[in-house]
Each structure stands twice: as structure tokens, then as C-alpha cells.
Design a protein around this ligand. Structure first.
Ligand code: AQP
Length: 321
């Protein structure tokens, strides 16, 4: 049973992506699971093409460096012809009302100068990603559950209207992982696309920079080294990061520190050690152009092949191609 997860190169991967997703994929993924760099999704808002290309490559290297098997990864745009064709077929099976109802579209289109049509239709592209690969399970948070629901509706509709082609996917809730918050503003989650990166620890940051960012993390003036997420969100965020790195519960790791400074040094040490092997392997892969190209090409071939019969059946049954 295939489980499909994607990560968007909207910025450099950070410790939140690592602890909340990438590390879990590497440790708990099953042999049939697939992981992809969703670079086409990054085009739904304003972006820089050269930066996107670089970030996609970097993210592919990070996934492999984190321990995900190279034969389980691919870059979405390497299948742009297949995914693009299926998106069109599915768009023609999707109503405008269904697309316009997506909560994420409403949220993300707010305050944008130009709202790209791709932002409206991107859930259909996501459906094409899922249905092309025949994924039975899609682990998503609450914010994406509605999109998987749309993929289910489109799969069912196509199957009943034109003929049985698609596996109807299921949204599965990933095990709850710590929601890492921005170190400069614990009120918001750490994000790749945040403009001010002072509170974002990127997985490829050098150890010195990680330490500086952790030292500058916003805490409070209470002076109590305890784990109280409501009252001390900044401190709790640091404790949760430490807890995820050392694999012990937050209340256990917080005991034994007498000052915020001491705790911050321990957090910096743990994060540096957690990320060291990943950074070293990713740097080596990024320096070895031929090897990364080989992994990417093989991933693209496998993913294309996996979806080929579904795409050709869908086109044939839809009366085209
Ligand atoms: N702060 C976080 N803490 C824990 N997990 C996180 N994830 C993201 N941020 C945190 C998890 O990382 C995976 C990949 O995320 P995505 O590329 O689908 O986009 P996202 O969730 O929107 O991630 P970002 O970093 O916040 O990117 P932007 O800035 O583009 O919105 C997901 O499994 C996600 O849960």
C-alpha cells in the first residue's frame, strides 16, 4: 500500500520540517512509501525561478541525506507532462464551486496582489499527484485534509463516470509531532517561507549560526525553568525541540537546568548534533552533482513508470489521447 508525502521547496528546510516530518519519514517509512519535492506547488505564489530550481535540488539532497531510501524520492516537475495531463483531466471532472470552497485558497489568496489561478486549482494538481501514483494513504495535517477529500471525490467521480482507474485515497493523520515554533516569535510556527530567518533554524545552517539563533531565542522574564507551554511559550518551544532531539519527554528534559542560558546551550548542542550527519551527507551529495543527478533521474523514471498505465487508461476512458 503506497503512502505519499510531499514537501514544498518554498524555502530552505528547517528543524521543524525535520523533526515534524523528514526524520519520521526516514525512520518510520515503509518500503512502498513515496516522498516527493513538490516544486510545482511552489509556483502558486510569487517566486524566483532560479531559487526554486536550487531549493528543489537542495531539498532532494536533504531527503536522501536524512536517510530516506533514494528509490523512494522524486521531484514533482520531472513528471510535469504526466501530472499536467492528469490535472487537466481532473479539472474537467471538478466543479468551480468545489475548488473555490477550499479553505486554504481563501486563506492564501488574502492580501496577495495577484491571485494566481494555480492557487485555486492547486488542490487538483495535488489530486493528480496522489492519483497518478496510486497512493492509498496520504498523511496530512488538518490544513490539507480538505484537499485529500477533494482527491477522493475526483477519484470516485472519474471511476463511476468513465471507468475504474483510480485508487480512492485515504487521508491519514500522522503521529503528533512537536509543532516547532519560530524562535523569534513563539506565537507562530517555524516556516520555510518566513521573511525574517533569525528565528528559523535551517537544517543546513552551520553550527555557529545555529548556536547564535538559539541563544537569541525569545523567552520571558519569569526566570522559571519549567515546561509550561501556555505561560512560557518561547521556553516551552526550546524544551520541545530538546525533547524531540534527545527522545525524552519535555518535563524530563527540563529538569536539571537552573537558567535559561544553560538550557539554551543544551538546546544548541542537541540541535547541532541532531543535524550534523544530515548536513554532512547533504553537503556531500550537493557537491557530487553526478550522484544527485543519478538519484533524481532514477526517481523520475520510476515515478513516471508507476503512473504510466493509470494516465493512459484515464486519457483513453476520457475519450482523448
Ligand atoms: N514548524 C513545524 N513544526 C513541525 N512540523 C512542521 N512542518 C512544517 N513546519 C513545521 C511539516 O513539514 C512537512 C512539509 O511541509 P510542507 O512543505 O508541506 O509545507 P508547510 O507545512 O507549509 O511547511 P513550512 O515550512 O511552513 O513552509 P511554508 O513556509 O511554505 O508554509 C509537513 O509534514 C509539515 O507538517
Amino acid at each position: 500500500m503506497t503512502r505519499l508525502s510531499g514537501i514544498t521547496p518554498s524555502g530552505h528546510a528547517h528543524i521543524g520540517n525535520h523533526l515534524g516530518a523528514i526524520r519520521r519519514w526516514a525512520r518510520q517509512g515503509r518500503p512502498g512509501d513515496l516522498y516527493f519535492v513538490s516544486d510545482l506547488h511552489a509556483m502558486t505564489v510569487s517566486y524566483n525561478p532560479a531559487r526554486l530550481r536550487k531549493l528543489s535540488r537542495e531539498l532532494l539532497a536533504v531527503l536522501v541525506a536524512a536517510g530516506i531510501e533514494p528509490d523512494q524520492v522524486f521531484v514533482q516537475s520531472d513528471l510535469v507532462r504526466e501530472v499536467g495531463a492528469l490535472t487537466w483531466v481532473l479539472e474537467c471532472a471538478c466543479s468551480f464551486g468545489e475548488a473555490a470552497r477550499m479553505t486554504q485558497f481563501k486563506q492564501k489568496s488574502e492580501g496577495q496582489g495577484m491571485v494566481r489561478l494555480g492557487l485555486l486549482t492547486y488542490p487538483v494538481l495535488m489530486a493528480a499527484d496522489i492519483l497518478l501514483q496510486g497512493a492509498a494513504e496520504v498523511p496530512v495535517g488538518d490544513d490539507q485534509a480538505q484537499h485529500v477529500e477533494l482527491a477522493r471525490s475526483l477519484a470516485r467521480r472519474f471511476n463511476t463516470t468513465y471507468g475504474e482507474v483510480f485508487t480512492v485515497p485515504e487521508a491519514v493523520t500522522p503521529p503528533t509531532a512537536a509543532r516547532v515554533r519560530d524562535l523569534s516569535d513563539p506565537g507562530r510556527k517555524m516556516s520555510k517561507s518566513t521573511q525574517d530567518s533569525a528565528g528559523v533554524v535551517f537544517v543546513l545552517d552551520e553550527p555557529d549560526l545555529i548556536r547564535r539563533k538559539v541563544r537569541r531565542a525569545v523567552t520571558d522574564s519569569l526566570g522559571r525553568v519549567e515546561y509550561r507551554p501556555q505561560e512560557q511559550p518561547g521556553l516551552a518551544n526550546l524544551v520541545e525541540i530538546l525533547s524531540a532531539c534527545v527522545g525524552k519527554p519535555p518535563r524530563e528534559v527540563v529538569a536539571g537546568f537552573s537558567s535559561y542560558g544553560e538550557l539554551k546551550e543544551a538546546v544548541a548542542d542537541a540541535v547541532i548534533e541532531e543535524l550534523r550527519p544530515l548536513r554532512e551527507r547533504a553537503s556531500a551529495l550537493l557537491a557530487d552533482r553526478a550522484e544527485l543527478d543519478r538519484i533524481r533521474k532514477a526517481g523520475a523514471e520510476r515515478a513516471t513508470e508507476r503512473g504510466a498505465h493509470r494516465l493512459s487508461s484515464a486519457l483513453r476512458l476520457a475519450g482523448v489521447g
